[in-house]
Write a protein of this length. Structure first.
Length: 587
């Protein structure tokens, strides 16, 4: 029977495993290491390097050495994650012909799946040397929160590498397979997976009859060890700039040396309380004077620099518990997966949140590849009694008329699944439709206002246009384009009133010319406005004219009386703190 290998294609390191009998074995590479750096380089002679040999020459060949390519796979060029990578990467990232991401090495453009395929080819070669036979089938792991584009790009990378990818499996799920395989367990387990570039948390039920059921999963595909390294790099760059006035990030070789030193210091601080970062001849000045970087960094400093990143992972864990509809004390075991979970601050935070010490029964670097090998063997061997029930990490649906997302399959639905719904056409005698399948944005990442989330874009636009052309009852007159736009007293929101006096609950407005910030106060008017927030709409105070007696009050001409009265009040420069005002909406 043909062997199936399991590959953990990681951001920082990759690993390959195979099931031998009833035990999953991690295959070491030529150097005897069980993990291989996910680094690809091209030398000046055009030779391709992968793994440890590519990592060793990264400092002298920084512009042509690619690391953390997994963070870019399956992403569009205009995504914020790509923009962030453009500012922090030492290699060249360019835009592809299909709004995708390309990497420039020695003048040649490579797609991200091509870079990943080079790493997969190395893993395939390592397995073939160990097994003594050709390998064609593989199970590759991906972060649980990867979307369909990222999963398909990973599968394309496997095809380029000459592998038949028979299954794409989530990393936390693979870790739970390695943890519960061959054991008579009946437990609810949380898998906390913090790797080099991504973070996932999954809640699973492991049954005694080989059933692995995922209850909920969530994560962040741009949160990992690279972000912890970036905090140390920024700390070093800032201190060096204050001392010498030079920004080390402008030099690609210096940036690569900083990256290696930051990663080494981070790993050392998991075992010791203080370490030294010493980079001699880091850069030269315009006078050919060599400068050195030497700093001591303690574990306390590292934890203060990265405290918000640790807290982000705990917030995501809290969301996963809510999605699973469980209490924290119902989770019976916690697995720590990924090299970053060796950090003491992370272990303390996880233990405090789940109210129990994490399990030490799995290897954080190897357990994912072992689980992938177990799943691969179960797919080709009929005698293995194992059932894996995974879920969809995102809600899936289609885009309807007006750019409105219609959800069909909710998040955390057990797969395989199907859903049917009937839709009508947007106009009569329509003969064709354009179907766009999409996923919803996670509520924990970006939460729109309730009114804007439930109202189609075209309806909101029409409603806004109607509100501009037809004033509300009891609202002040519309501002004329001839009003002076010089600085005046403003506040960010206000409640309308039919009286000419300012409501007692409204704040006093301060002039923008004299104050750097305006008071923030959310009034009833904003609450009744579709999608309005204090940061997007502004109300200005205007002073109405003095009341006239009914006997002497002239009949105003249509559409001119209110605006002219308000214009004359503004031109007199009335003080906002001495005269009554009424708010008028200004966009």
């Amino acid at each position: 029977m043909e062997r199936v290998i399991g590959i953990d294609l990681g951001t920082t390191n990759s690993c390959v495993s195979v099931l031998e009998g009833e035990t999953a074995t991690v295959i070491p590479n030529r150097g005897g290491y069980k993990t291989t750096p996910s680094i690809v380089a091209v030398t000046e002679a055009g030779k391709r390097l992968v793994g440890h040999i590519a990592k060793r020459q990264a400092i002298t060949n920084a512009e042509n050495t690619v690391y953390a390519a997994k963070r870019l796979i399956g992403r569009k060029w205009d995504s914020p994650q790509v923009k962030n990578a453009l500012m922090t990467s030492s290699y060249h990232i360019v835009e592809g012909p299909h709004d995708d991401v390309r990497i420039l090495l020695r003048g040649k453009s490579y797609s991200v799946p091509e870079i990943s395929s080079m790493i997969l080819q190395e893993m395939k070669l390592v397995a073939e040397e160990y097994l003594g036979e050709q390998v064609h089938k593989a199970v590759i792991t991906v972060p649980a929160y990867f979307n369909d584009n990222q999963r398909q790009a990973t599968k394309d990378a496997g095809a380029i590498a000459g592998l038949d990818v028979i299954r794409i499996i989530n990393e936390p799920t693979a870790a739970s397979l390695a943890y519960g395989f061959g054991k008579e367990l009946d437990r609810t387990v949380a898998v906390y997976d913090l790797g080099g570039g991504t973070f996932d948390i999954s809640i699973l039920e492991i049954g005694s009859h080989g059933v692995f059921k995922v209850i909920s999963t969530t994560g962040d595909t741009f949160l990992g060890g690279e972000d912890f390294d970036a905090r140390i790099i920024e700390w070093l760059v800032q201190n060096f700039h204050e001392e010498h006035g030079i920004d080390l990030r402008e030099d690609r070789m210096a940036l690569q040396r900083l990256r290696d030193a930051a990663e080494k210091a981070k790993c050392e601080l998991s075992a010791v309380t203080e370490t030294e970062i010493n980079l001699p001849f880091i850069i030269s000045t315009s006078n050919n004077e060599a400068l050195h970087l030497q700093r001591n960094i303690s574990r306390e400093v590292l934890e203060s620099l990265t405290a918000d990143l640790v807290e982000r992972t705990i917030d995501i864990c809290r969301q996963a518990i809510e999605d699973a509809r469980l209490e924290i004390d119902e989770v019976e075991d916690v697995l720590l997966v990924g090299g970053m979970t060796r950090m003491p601050a992370i272990q303390r935070a996880v233990a405090a949140f789940f109210q129990r010490a994490p399990s030490k029964g799995v290897h954080p670097d190897e357990v994912v590849a072992m689980g992938a090998a177990i799943q691969g063997a179960a797919l080709v061997e009929d005698h293995r009694q194992m059932l894996l029930l995974d879920v969809t990490p995102h809600a899936l649906g289609i885009m309807t008329f007006g750019s409105h997302f219609e959800e069909l399959i909710p998040q955390n639905t057990t797969v395989p699944t199907s859903q049917t719904k009937t839709f009508t056409t947007s106009r009569d005698n329509q003969t064709a439709v354009t179907r766009a399948t999409s996923r919803s944005r996670s509520p924990s990442r970006s939460t729109p206002t309730a009114s804007s989330a439930s109202t189609p874009r075209t309806w909101r636009r029409a409603r806004r246009s109607r509100s501009r052309s037809r004033p509300r009852a009891g609202s002040p007159p519309k501002r004329s384009s001839r009003w002076p736009r010089t600085p005046r007293s403003t506040c960010w929101s206000a409640a309308p009133t039919s009286s000419s006096r300012r409501p007692s609950s409204a704040p006093r407005c301060s002039s923008r010319a004299s104050s750097g910030s305006s008071p923030t106060w959310s009034g009833p008017w904003v609450e009744r406005t579709s999608g309005a927030t204090p940061s997007r709409r502004r109300a200005t105070w205007w002073t109405p004219p003095a009341p006239r007696s009914k006997a002497n009050k002239p009949r105003p001409s249509r559409g001119t009386s209110s605006s002219s009265s308000a214009r004359s009040a503004c031109s007199r420069g009335s003080s906002p703190d001495t005269e009554p005002r009424v708010p008028s909406l200004e966009r």
